[in-house]
Design a protein around this ligand. Structure first.
Ligand code: UT7
Length: 331
């Protein structure tokens, strides 16, 4: 019997309507459009402002877009993994809420948190459910309402993040396409540089934690930047080497969209030219778990069956990794 591989057979994406531009941020904190563009590459980001809306609503948008394009009903989904650091609530899982809202009555689901590497961790996990033959249709959703944990008086973080979600569907194939390799890493000692201090079991919410603004993202940008440049480039080179891929063999690099300078460094290390690098950070900012599937969604029409694609991410944890995908369809 030939080997079962997990193929990406559909993608979907969703960003909320409201846009927060660099010019808007100039009126909120001591920053400039010029600084944000040259240091990060970001021009605007989308923000979910509708009252009573959470990360699940972003995920629902992406899943419904995907189901419509693939022409299947939500009831056909076996499993939904929601990668997020901004769940609707501590429990139940946002995956459960998305399944309920889209009508995925036959699916089970769980959340997976690996910060900006969440989507790649989720994709790697989902692949195993397909490869073992136990599941036929698995959705991996990367969704984050980052605006819910951003301090809009802190110029070092509020310019970076945006809200959005992307989703991919994995299905089994016996063709030589799909998720062909993946390499994930983590180093928990990096937690001191990027985290949310309170709201977990270590420091439950209290008046003190709210007054001290401990429910917002804390980031010490420079060490995170340094680690991201090194590790994202290294793991991308590693996945190319162990699959005998030259830069000419790679059709696209799909990097996590944290900073244009980190993306450029990774592309240079891989030797891939600019037109092969998916970049949409200018319009969405860093949507954490959403960045990579949102890129795939934006580029879907350009992708051809058989294209070699390298996905790469680095994030809080620290967590990082790369996935080698051979694209499975023409749209
Ligand atoms: O996605 C998860 C992983 N996260 C990342 O990969 C993010 C990695 N880090 C970064 O992308 C960058 O470190 C930042 C974009 C966060 C910051 O850029 P930087 O070039 O590393 O700036 P910096 O932190 O070294 O700060 C340089 C200067 C500082 O002023 P002084 O101390 O030199 O006077 C900052 O206070 O820029 C100042 N600064 C700003 N100025 C205008 C910081 N933020 C801003 C701002 N506008 N928004």
């Amino acid at each position: 019997m030939s080997k079962i591989t997990a193929a990406i057979t559909a993608v979907g994406g969703y960003v909320p309507e409201d846009i927060l531009t660099n010019k808007d941020l100039e009126t909120m904190v001591d920053t400039t459009d010029e600084w944000i563009k040259t240091r990060t590459g970001i021009e605007e980001r989308h923000i979910l402002r509708a009252p009573g809306s959470g990360t699940s609503d972003l995920g629902v948008g992406a899943v419904e877009d995907l189901l419509r394009k693939r022409g299947i009903s939500a009831e056909e989904i076996d499993l939904l993994i929601c990668c997020t650091v901004t769940p609707d609530m501590a429990f139940p899982a946002t995956a459960n809420i998305i399944c309920d809202k889209v009508g995925a009555k036959n699916a089970w689901g769980f959340d997976l948190g690996a910060a900006c590497s969440g989507f790649l961790y989720g994709l790697t996990t989902a692949t195993k459910f397909i490869e073992t033959g136990t599941h036929k249709k698995v959705l991996v959703v990367g969704a984050d309402k980052m605006s819910s944990i951003v301090d809009y008086t802190d110029r070092t973080t509020c310019v970076i993040f945006g809200d959005g979600a992307g989703a991919v569907l994995l299905e089994p194939t016996e063709e030589e396409v799909g998720i062909l390799d993946s390499k994930m890493y983590s180093d928990g000692s990096g937690r001191v540089y990027l985290h949310q201090k309170a709201g977990g079991s270590l420091r439950p919410a209290s008046h003190e934690t709210v007054d001290a603004k401990e429910h917002y993202i804390f980031q010490d940008g420079r060490p995170v930047f340094k680690a991201a440049v090194t590790n994202m480039a290294d793991v991308s080179a590693e996945i190319m080497e162990r699959n005998n891929l030259s830069s000419d063999d790679v059709a696209y690099l799909v990097p996590h969209q944290a900073n244009l300078r980190i993306i450029d460094a990774t592309a240079r290390r891989m030797g891939v030219s600019d037109e092969k690098v998916m970049i949409n950070i200018q319009k969405y900012g860093n949507t954490t778990s959403g960045t990579i599937p949102l890129c795939l969604n934006d580029w879907e029409k350009k992708l051809k069956k058989g294209d070699n694609i390298v996905l790469a991410a680095f994030g809080g944890g620290f967590t990082w990794g790369a996935v080698y995908v051979k694209w499975a369809y023409n749209s």
